[in-house]
Design a protein around this ligand. Structure first.
Ligand code: PEP
Ligand code: MN
Length: 264
């Protein structure tokens, strides 16, 4: 098969590199604003992530605040001047997020694994050059499924598309929560050399102790950027507490990595 390349994403210029950070889940207005402000002022982050609709593996866990959190994310956008990103998994999520004014969406690993869900989301966004859509790899180590989701979005007319590598599920004995299988994102880059591919060390490792090492590895392997889970009080997080770091820790990591400022 012949693969047609994607257009690289452009991102805020004063940033170290393409760094997206924020909590796994938006939990309260205070948590969102406190985390976002620290990420901006202390770590230099310009793009804020927070999940509103959380695709939990088991029922009975915190499933996100849903649309109640949209105004909080809009405060981050309007008052703090950051771009904001949230996860969408259904037509309704897309409609609500776009109506609220969110300009960056991502498809989670479980959604990328489901072509019907991807198609529904792609059709709902439709022809659009204002919204950026990031596609996380599917939970299974399947490059075609990842490629298929990217293509469905492009074929529906979405112009700003990027990918996120967050590791892959396995039942084998493992160190990482989702082993990275680096060959798969490398092969994705071989198919699409200009595609923007970010690394998500948080969901790969599952543990905050390993975030710095993974960030360093990702930079050395020429990933185009990072998406890192960060919470103002990580131990109190309602989802993925073990892997979240404070904005101050992220600032230290980025400093130690000497993540280069972008040359324009
Ligand atoms: C998330 O980003 O919080 C998330 C649910 O990630 P993933 O889809 O990679 O599991
Ligand atoms: Mn998470």
């Amino acid at each position: 098969m012949q693969y047609r390349d994607f257009i690289p994403l452009v991102f805020p210029s004063e940033l170290h590199t393409f760094v997206i950070a924020g909590p796994c889940s938006a939990e309260s207005e205070e948590q969102v604003m406190t985390t976002a402000r620290s990420l901006r002022d202390e770590a230099g982050v310009r793009i804020f992530r927070a999940g509103l609709w959380k695709p939990r593996t088991l029922p009975g866990c915190f499933e996100g605040v849903g649309e109640a959190g949209l105004p909080w994310l809009m405060r981050v956008q309007d008052e703090l001047g950051m771009q904001v990103a949230t996860e969408v998994a259904t037509r309704e999520h897309v409609e609500l997020a776009l109506k609220a004014g969110i300009k960056m969406l991502w498809l989670g690993a479980r959604t990328t694994s489901n072509p019907f869900a991807v198609q529904e989301i792609a059709d709902t966004i439709g022809k659009n050059d204002a919204v950026t859509v990031l596609v996380k790899n599917p939970i299974s180590p399947d490059l075609d499924l990842w490629t298929g989701a990217l293509e469905r979005l492009r074929q529906s007319g979405v112009e700003r598309i990027g990918a996120v590598h967050r590791g892959f599920s396995t039942y084998a004995a493992k160190t990482f929560r989702n082993p990275p299988h680096w060959q798969i994102p490398f092969d994705l880059k071989r198919r699409f050399p200009s595609l923007t591919v970010l690394c998500d060390p948080s969901h790969i490792s599952g543990r905050r102790e390993w975030i710095e090492t993974l960030c360093r590895q990702a930079m050395e392997m020429n990933f185009d950027g990072l998406i890192v889970e960060s919470h103002c009080r990580p131990d109190e997080a309602l989802s993925d507490a073990a892997q979240q770091i404070t904005p101050q820790t992220l600032a230290t990591i980025l400093h130690r990595l000497s993540v280069p400022r972008r040359q324009l």
